[in-house]
Unconditional design. Structure first.
Length: 247
């Protein structure tokens, strides 16, 4: 099964678009451009529908800035598009990634995978640890994380995963990369690949959707530390309750 590929991009970011389309063409793939959300262009009613300041205050150590909100809204709209389509799954890429050799074959292997999954992350961190792993494609393993990484630059998502996220994350209160780590809040089955199928290019250090969060103040640092400790404990507890995803 060939999974449709969409990449998030602002119309003005022509250089990013050209680089990613060249990367896809090199692999014999086609990606459809999806216009990124510029948060300030949304009216007040739409902003309130998408983002909850009250939820943010309960769930996160800092108020989200427009860049974080626009990024989350872009992914949400793609999940909604998947549900409105007839496709069983899709691949979502941000426009600041490079594709490793064998990317096309890897996507085909994910599409054929019988193991139920809601999301397969295509990029993680070198220090990630796993509860389980199995061969997915030549030299690449499908992995079950001990702690889901915060990378959202590329992933495959199923209709079931999109349904869970659209039902539980509208409105949202955390940045998307943080929110997806709390998989137990919506029973999201998140797997990954090792080694990563993507690399971040040099443009990834600058957000094109808007400014990112500013430096964390002392009080925010303490709240962030407490939330990180709570996350670690909750993640371990829920992992033990659910058991392994790969058998």
């Amino acid at each position: 099964m060939s999974l449709p590929i969409f990449y998030i991009n602002l119309a003005r970011d022509t250089e990013r678009r050209a680089k990613l389309e060249a990367e896809l063409a090199r692999q014999g793939l086609h990606g459809t451009r999806f216009e990124a959300v510029w948060w300030a262009d949304l009216d007040a009613a739409e902003q309130q529908r998408l983002y909850s300041a009250e939820l943010n205050a309960r769930q996160y150590h800092a108020t989200l800035v427009n860049g974080e909100k626009g990024c989350y809204a872009s992914h949400l709209r793609l999940w909604q598009q998947l549900l409105a389509s007839g496709a069983p799954a899709m691949v979502v890429l941000e426009d600041d990634v490079g594709l490793k050799d064998g990317f096309a074959a890897l996507l085909e292997a994910i599409g054929q995978r019988a193991q139920p999954w809601d999301m397969v992350k295509l990029i993680g961190r070198e220090r990630d640890t796993f509860r389980g792993r199995c061969l997915l494609d030549r030299g690449v393993e499908l992995v079950d994380y001990k702690r889901v990484p915060s990378m959202t630059a590329g992933y495959a998502i199923s209709r079931a995963g999109a349904q869970k996220l659209c039902q539980s994350r509208l409105p949202f209160g955390r940045p998307i990369d943080v929110d997806l780590r709390y998989w137990w809040e919506n029973d999201l089955a998140v797997l990954g690949v090792s080694p990563a199928a993507l690399v971040l290019d040099e443009t990834s250090f600058t957000s094109s959707i808007g400014s990112k969060a500013t430096a964390v103040r002392l009080g925010q640092r303490w709240r962030k530390f407490r939330r990180q400790c709570a996350y670690s404990a909750l993640s371990a507890w829920h992992n033990a309750r659910r058991g392994p995803l790969l058998k």
